[in-house]
Ligand binder design. Structure first.
Ligand code: NDP
Length: 334
């Protein structure tokens, strides 16, 4: 790629009180001065970008910005000893697409210490079908394993199961032999067939999940992947079996947590937080290595839909309005 060759990028800039997003033709000289130039194959669209395009929660911190918190592609030029032209790479998190230009572009310049080498057996399309959602779900499953939650210990609950992280968690856990119960929001029961296809064995739901639980409810779950927070997390904790663990990553229902110490001190329950954005390099590599085998391709086909770069603003709105089931891949070259 010469300095003058043009490529497409979705650029967001301020326009009056709002934001304007348009596909523009850029050159490499327009990209930020980071040490690795990448030809991007695919990116993803997530709830966080939905917030960004709607100008909510100050997701975009610099303007103009090329959003896109994930990317997968091939190194074209590198000033880092860690990467050479031709290497396949993955990027997730590190506030790329918020404070740094990200993946909604045919070419991107990214800091080498943000990148992970594509593991053998993975390709760009599969990596972005997994995306931050699947990588976070993998981190949650690893967290449960480290807490001693094995398939023989009993059922595992996944909350917000129809969402991006939840869908991936259901598929990974089911593939590893866990008995998975999926919890979806009231009114989302139409997703049960979709979740059964991903491997869910049973479903939970109903009014109880929006009420305050007793400090200790009857023991049901050996482990739980929580993406919802608030009353859902409080009830999950009170329903954990002795010695069980909850891996919590999200706040899809709210960030409050009104609970008691009872599950912790009388049942030895643990609550472990999971963060994907600042996750250290070695743990990222471990998670991506596991994802080569631990998420079935058939599940990825169920979970994902592919959109073009120019469709991103439309789907960003849909994702905020709860119109999207599963996960969206962005084909930046379509
Ligand atoms: P999605 O919006 O795709 O999924 C969230 C799901 O939870 C939706 O199906 C939503 O339903 C459902 N939900 C919301 N409220 C409730 C409720 N009260 N009871 C049951 N289900 C509910 O989001 P993601 O899967 O991408 O992310 C999930 C959460 O994890 C988010 O809060 C996200 O910010 C966080 N996250 C954290 C990461 C980390 O590193 N810690 C990384 C990735 C995500 P509906 O659509 O109808 O509202």
């Amino acid at each position: 790629m010469t300095q003058q060759q043009r490529f497409n990028a979705l650029v967001v800039d301020k326009a009056g009180d709002g934001l304007k997003a348009e596909v523009k033709q850029l050159t490499v000289a327009d990209l930020p001065p980071e040490d690795v130039l990448i030809r991007v194959d695919y990116s993803t669209l997530n709830y966080k970008e939905g917030l960004g395009f709607a100008n909510l929660n100050r997701i975009f911190r610099i303007f103009p910005i090329v959003p896109g918190l994930d990317l997968a592609g091939t190194v074209v030029e590198s000033q880092s000893p860690d990467y050479k032209p031709g290497d396949k790479v993955i990027l997730n998190g590190w506030s790329v697409g918020e404070r740094y230009w990200g993946g909604y572009s045919q070419m991107a310049k990214i800091r080498s210490d943000f990148l992970v080498p594509m593991p053998n057996g993975m390709n760009s399309k599969k990596a972005m079908e997994i995306g931050t959602a699947g990588y976070t779900a993998m981190l949650q499953v690893m967290t449960l394993e480290e807490a001693g939650v094995t398939p023989d210990k009993g059922p595992v609950l996944v909350t917000g199961a129809a969402g991006g992280v939840g869908s991936n968690a259901v598929a990974i856990l089911a593939g590893l032999g866990y008995e998975v119960t999926a919890l979806v929001k009231e009114g989302q029961e139409s997703t049960h067939d979709y979740l059964s296809a991903l491997g869910a064995n049973d479903f939970s739901g109903g009014d109880a999940w929006s009420t305050d639980p007793a400090p200790l409810e009857s023991q049901k779950w050996a482990g739980a992947v929580d993406t919802v927070g608030t009353k859902v997390l409080a009830r999950t904790l009170s329903e954990m079996k002795y010695g069980g663990c909850v891996a919590a990553c999200g706040l899809a229902g709210g960030f409050d947590l009104n609970t008691t110490v009872m599950p912790f001190i009388l049942r030895g329950v643990s609550l472990r937080g999971v963060d994907s954005v600042w996750c250290p390099y070695q743990r990222r590599v471990e998670a991506w290595d596991r994802l080569v085998t631990d998420i079935p391709d058939s599940a990825l086909a169920e979970i994902n839909q592919v959109i073009r770069l120019d469709e991103v603003p439309h789907y960003a709105k849909e994702i905020l309005e709860g119109q999207v089931t599963g996960h969206i891949v962005v084909d930046v070259n379509a």
